[in-house]
Design a protein around this ligand. Structure first.
Ligand SMILES: O=C(O)CCC(=O)C(=O)O
Ligand SMILES: [Fe+2]
Length: 280
């Protein structure tokens, strides 16, 4: 962890992670090895794996309280986008090509620097045991913390009517999310695995899903406290519209395959809002 970060009052990692169910603290334990193998196999087959009750109730409720205190400062992201996260049509392709099918997305985001340094979310994110556990599940030799001021662990907030339309994630080979608060209704995370491989796209299969006629999406059960690791670049996924007054709160943990990664300022400004430019 960055030595300059003031973590006074932070919870200890063993009070954040449910070590009784996920014995990740001891790298040599056979229980850990068996757990990693089963999660890795599941991820390989299904393109996602969910770990229910990954964090303990006290850590979760403290994170929710911290988020509630600053949620009015979240940046609103709303766009009319295609599943490749672009807002631009391609007139040289047919109207019904997935590139030319657009849907509304709307949610709110809190950046890393808006969360307290003592947050259980930061304790979790920076704990070597968590980073190494994720690395083994996704099959990377080593992962590194993202060193951007805004990105490393951020929080998506979905209010009544907010949603994230069908999309593929753009850069990372995997995505890690942590469900902190479920809405009253809606807000399901749905995923259709293996619709594309590498550069090979599958416009017909993707169009079918976008039109509600394709492979049945898998609803990924995620009760509050559940960690989810998924292959967002190859698995088409969305968050269905949230219903009701309770916000859907989802932390996103960004790990890198090389040290020292920071975000591009223009990308950060688009995601986290105008204050990024003002901060220079
Ligand atoms: O809010 C979620 O569950 C997932 C958001 C998402 O698509 C992502 O983080 O890539
Ligand atoms: Fe995504």
């Amino acid at each position: 962890m960055n030595a300059s970060v003031d973590t006074a009052g932070a919870m200890a990692p063993q009070d954040v992670v449910n070590l009784a169910r996920y014995p990740i603290g001891d790298p040599d334990s056979p229980e850990r090895a068996a757990l990693v193998k089963s999660l890795r196999d599941y991820l390989d087959e299904h393109q996602y794996v969910a770990l229910p009750d990954f964090i303990l109730p006290n850590a979760r409720s403290r994170a929710v309280t911290e988020i509630d205190a600053v949620s009015h400062e979240a940046n609103h992201n709303s766009s009319f986008r295609n599943c490749y996260l672009s807002r631009v049509k391609n007139p040289s392709l047919p109207e019904d090509h997935p590139i030319n099918i657009f849907e509304d997305t709307s949610n709110w985001i809190l950046a890393y620097d808006q969360l307290p340094d003592s947050s259980p979310l930061k304790t979790l994110y920076h704990w070597d045991a968590v980073r190494e556990f994720v690395a083994e599940i996704v099959g990377e030799d080593r992962l590194y913390d993202n060193e951007d001021p805004y990105q490393p662990v951020n929080v998506l907030i979905y209010n009544d009517g907010d949603r994230s339309s069908w999309h593929f994630d753009s850069v990372n080979a995997f995505t890690v999310t942590l469900m902190l608060q479920a809405p009253e209704a809606g807000g399901d995370f749905e995923l259709v695995p293996n619709l594309r491989e590498g550069e090979l796209d599958n416009p017909d299969g993707i169009r079918a899903v976008l039109e509600g006629k394709g492979e049945t999406p898998v609803p990924v059960a995620r009760e509050p406290g559940a960690l989810c690791i998924f292959r967002g670049c190859t698995a088409l996924h969305r968050v269905a519209p949230v219903k009701g007054a309770t916000q859907r709160l989802m932390a996103v943990m960004v790990y890198e395959d090389q040290p020292g990664v920071v975000g591009r300022p223009d990308v950060n400004e688009t995601i986290f809002g105008p204050r990024v430019a003002a901060n220079g």
